[in-house]
Ligand binder design. Sequence first.
Ligand SMILES: [Cu+2]
Length: 67
Amino acid sequence: MTTKTYQVPNISCGHCTATIERELKAIGGLQSVKAEIESKEVTVEVAGEEILAEVESLLEEIGYPAV
Ligand SMILES: [Cu+2]
């Protein structure tokens, strides 16, 4: 299992974090996701590193690219 934290500057409120968590949960192999408003961070736990590429492209697709 791999854990990774992304910096996502576009997070500004609870709607953003709810959207990110809801959308990322659709990814197969994603074990957990936590988005935080104050730190503008998204932390994911995935079954394997290859899934991180999917996480990154989905974040971009929904308007919350990681820097
Ligand atoms: Cu928001």
